[in-house]
Each structure stands twice: as structure tokens, then as C-alpha cells.
Design a binder for this molecule. Structure first.
Ligand SMILES: Cc1cc2nc3c(=O)[nH]c(=O)nc-3n(C[C@H](O)[C@H](O)[C@H](O)COP(=O)(O)OP(=O)(O)OC[C@H]3O[C@@H](n4cnc5c(N)ncnc54)[C@H](O)[C@@H]3O)c2cc1C
Length: 446
């Protein structure tokens, strides 16, 4: 899939890779070609900038960690962002719409119901299989002028003054490709290299890490009754269970397990034969969709909240999991990252004829993203902590809370809009519009 680009890199650029002075220059270098880095690269295609996308893995290989068996709930807001990038028409036909969300707490009365009809939109969100999303992103990149630099890792980043004498600078990026070391120059570096981000580390950006002592077990499941495009979020004593509607009447299961006493219980559930697994799931989730009838491949992910102390450093911006890795309970991680992308792409568009990576761009990015990042991380973290607690009083408080959400229209509206990813100041992409060259960034307050 990526051969064209690797060969192109080898033929055209290898000679100049080795000498710093002749190092290939980029306007934007993106490190990490997972769902976030690849989406940013696709967003930048219309701008005609020189953009390179670096990843440890060749695109399309099975080991690529971002494109695994996960199904991702894309919010309505994210569908608009992909629409602005020109990808939505094709992606939509490969997704399953979510028309209703039902939130409940096992052992307590009270439920909250969110619906697309109430919000007057076609769907609250859409389920996309991450492998399918990945294929679509790379098909677009393959047809574009974005250079795919794979497999490669970044081993050093250094800010160097330009030789023009006008007090501008660039980053010199050291790249390892097997035994070989290459050098690239860029005006702006974007770190989308995941939770253990090397770009973040090399840029000196600190992180806060807080363990949930939980792991998410994921699998695709079939049920006796049709899901009718409903998503379910059920909080249980052991942790939340999410069932999200997929095609062919399957559901994507995200079943959180407590690992505070070790992984034994999780490993035992992973190892159950199918029949015992389906029965155990039914006992925990209930029979709202009838019996569980079939389960696919199971896998698990350890869960922690990892947030960076800032999102910018010299000529560098970090986005996606590199900036914020969250619990999947509310399905916000990629959706939040797509809003990072929408704002960053608009800033790159605005600054493209001046100095990409200037302090002004970095400052604008921090200030435009501050509110959404803080609100979304807090919202997700509070859900996890409130619903992971066995405390009797908290149990009643959250049952009361769910009933309150169901009955108080403005609160339900806020939560619905948060789930839909439209509670924020909106960039052009986030309004479903293509990037447009304009002098002023025009982020509409809602
Ligand atoms: C079980 C589960 C369910 C989820 N469900 C949802 C959901 O429903 N909705 C939602 O919005 N979000 C969801 N998320 C969150 C979502 O998956 C993440 O937000 C998203 O995958 C982050 O993508 P990323 O590209 O930032 O990072 P990653 O997916 O980690 O990708 C990082 C990329 O960087 C590359 N890389 C790493 N190190 C280097 C290096 N040194 N040099 C070069 N390349 C490097 C890797 O190969 C990889 O391609 C879920 C997460 C989990 C675990």
C-alpha cells in the first residue's frame, strides 16, 4: 500500500537525507500515522503544503496498533469534520448510525435516554470499525501529495536558526530507518504518536498519569433481538459495559474490568469458552437485547488517564492520545482528537504563507483548545470515578442523577451535545466545511 511513497522517498530524497545542510525541508512533519495523525494529514491535503507523515509501521500491516479490532463511536460532530475533509460520503456508507443512547446503573432505578429525534439530527453518532477507517484514510493519502515516511522513528529534535539571518528557525528532526540515520527539517512538527509519545518526551512536555486500575475487554457480539440502532451504557459493580450498534445486527462490546487486585478476573473472563462468556455477560448486562448469541475475537486494553501539561513546545504541537489518553467509557478520545485536528488544520491554513510553527500559532492553538480539552477530560474522568464507586450514597446519587438527566431538558441537552461533540467553538471543518484560505481564523462560538 505504501510502496509508492517509500520508493519515492528512497529515489528522490535519500541522497539529501544524510547531510543536515541538504536535509529535506517540510512545512509540516507529522509523527504517528494512527487514526489521529492520518486524519490530520488527510485534512491538510487541499493546502498544497509539503507534508510528511512518519510511522514506526508500514501502513496497512496487521501490527499497526491504531487500526485493530476496535469499533469507534464517531460523534455527529466528527462526522461533520470528516465531511469537511471530503471523506464522509464514503465513510458514512461503512458506519452504523446511533439513534438512541440508553444509560443505566445495574441494581439502581433510573435511566437516562438521549435521542437523535429529540435533538432533531439524523443520528447522535456513528459506529466505525477502526480497520475500515484506517483503510479509507490511507487510500486518500496514497492518492495525495503527502509523503509517507515508513517504517521510521524519530530519535532527536533540535531547534536550529535559519541561515537567512532574519531570526527565524526550524526544527532539525533525526530519523532512524533501520541502521540508517537521516535528517529532516520542518517548520512545524506535530506529535500524534500515541500515549507513549516520543515527540512529547523529546520536546520536554511533562505528563500527568492517573491509573484507573481497570482494563477494557472488547469483542463483537450478536444478540437475540435487533439493536435497532440503540447504544447502551450500563454501569455495573465491576465497571461500565458499553454495547454499540454495528452492521449485520452485531454490537461492539466494551466491558470494563476492575484490575485493582490484579488481572486474574480479566484473564479468566478472556479465557472462558464462548457459551460461558455469553452467559456471564448476560448476567452482568441484563437481557434488554435478549440473550447474547455469538462472540468474536476478544482483546483487552489497560486504562489510565494520561494528560500532557501543555500541548505545544518550540515549533511543536501534540494532539490525540499524545496529548490526552482517556477512558473509553464515553467514547470521546478520537472525537476530541478530531477537534484538535479541525482547529490545528485551520490555523495551518491561516498561517501557511507566513511562519508555520511561529509562537503566535502555538499560542492560538493552546488558547483555542484549552476549554474543550479541559471539559471533555473532566467529563469523562468524572463519569468513570462516579460510576466505578460502590459507595451506597454515590449509588443513590447517580441513580438520582440519571433520572435528573432524563427529566431536566437543559442538562440532557448539554450531555447530548457533549456526546455529539458540538458543545464547542466551531472551526470550519467542525461545521462540515472545507478549509478555506482566509486571513482571520473564524471559530464561531455556539
Ligand atoms: C477499547 C477502546 C475503545 C475506544 N472507543 C472509542 C470511541 O468509541 N470513540 C472515540 O472517540 N474514541 C475511542 N477510543 C479512543 C481512541 O481509540 C483513541 O483516541 C485513538 O485511537 C487515538 O489515536 P492516536 O492516533 O492519537 O494514537 P494511536 O492509536 O496510539 O496511534 C499512534 C501512532 O503513532 C505511531 N508511533 C508510536 N510511536 C512512534 C514513534 N516513536 N515514531 C513514529 N511513529 C510512532 C504508532 O505506530 C501509531 O500508528 C477508544 C479506545 C479504546 C482503548
Amino acid at each position: 500500500m505504501t510502496t509508492k511513497h517509500i520508493k519515492q522517498n528512497k529515489q528522490n530524497k535519500e541522497a539529501s537525507f544524510n547531510a543536515t545542510n541538504n536535509a529535506t525541508s517540510y512545512d509540516v512533519l507529522i509523527v504517528g500515522g494512527g487514526m489521529v495523525g492520518a486524519s490530520l494529514a488527510v485534512a491538510l491535503i487541499p493546502l498544497n503544503l509539503k507534508v510528511g507523515l512518519i510511522d514506526v509501521y508500514e501502513f496497512g500491516v496487521a501490527e499497526q496498533p491504531s487500526y485493530d479490532d476496535r469499533a469507534i463511536a464517531l460523534s455527529y460532530g466528527s462526522s461533520l469534520i470528516y465531511k469537511g475533509m471530503g471523506l464522509w460520503d464514503e465513510l458514512a456508507s461503512k458506519t452504523t448510525p446511533i439513534n438512541k443512547i440508553h444509560i443505566s446503573d445495574r441494581g439502581h432505578f433510573g435511566a437516562a435516554r438521549l435521542s437523535a429525534e429529540q435533538e432533531n439530527v439524523a443520528a447522535l453518532g456513528y459506529l466505525a470499525e477502526s480497520r475500515i477507517l484506517g483503510k479509507l484514510l490511507y487510500d486518500s493519502l496514497n492518492k495525495s501529495n503527502i509523503e509517507l515516511i515508513v517504517p521510521a522513528t524519530v530519535s532527536n529534535i533540535e531547534e536550529v536558526d535559519d541561515e537567512t539571518g532574519d531570526h527565524t528557525s526550524h526544527l532539525k528532526v533525526t530519523l532512524q530507518q533501520g541502521e540508517q540515520t537521516h535528517y529532516l527539517k520542518t517548520k512545524l512538527l506535530v506529535g500524534s504518536d500515541g500515549t507513549q509519545s516520543k515527540v512529547r518526551e523529546l520536546s520536554g512536555i511533562g505528563v500527568n498519569r492517573s491509573e484507573y486500575n481497570q482494563a477494557a475487554l472488547i469483542a463483537n457480539i450478536s444478540t437475540e433481538k435487533a439493536h435497532q440502532n440503540q447504544a447502551f451504557e450500563r454501569f455495573t459493580e465491576t465497571g461500565p459495559i458499553a454495547l454499540l450498534p454495528l452492521s449485520d445486527n452485531r454490537c461492539s462490546l466494551v466491558w470494563t474490568h476492575d484490575t485493582s487486585q490484579g488481572r486474574e478476573q480479566l484473564d479468566a473472563t478472556l479465557a472462558l469458552d464462548d457459551e460461558a462468556f455469553l452467559k456471564k455477560l448476560g448476567d452482568e448486562f441484563g437481557y434488554r437485547l435478549g440473550r447474547f448469541t455469538k462472540v468474536g475475537k476478544r482483546s483487552s486494553y489497560p486504562l489510565a488517564l494520561v494528560t500532557s501539561m501543555q500541548n505545544t513546545a518550540a515549533r511543536t504541537v501534540i494532539i490525540g492520545n499524545a496529548s490526552h489518553t482517556m477512558h473509553p467509557v464515553a467514547g470521546q478520545g478520537l472525537n476530541l482528537a478530531l477537534r484538535d485536528i479541525a482547529v490545528l488544520a485551520e490555523l495551518i491554513c491561516q498561517y501557511q504563507s507566513t511562519d508555520l510553527g511561529s509562537e503566535k500559532l502555538l499560542k492560538d492553538y493552546e488558547s483555542l483548545r484549552k476549554g474543550d480539552l479541559k471539559t471533555t477530560v473532566r467529563y469523562t474522568d468524572s463519569l468513570v470515578r462516579l460510576f466505578s464507586n460502590d459507595n451506597f450514597i454515590l449509588g443513590h446519587a447517580r441513580a438520582g442523577g440519571l433520572m435528573t438527566i432524563d427529566r431536566i431538558a437543559p442538562l440532557r441537552k448539554w450531555i447530548t451535545r457533549q456526546s455529539m461533540g458540538i458543545n464547542y467553538r466551531q472551526s470550519r471543518l467542525a461545521r462540515g466545511l472545507a478549509l478555506r484560505n482566509s486571513k482571520e481564523i473564524n471559530l464561531n462560538p455556539l
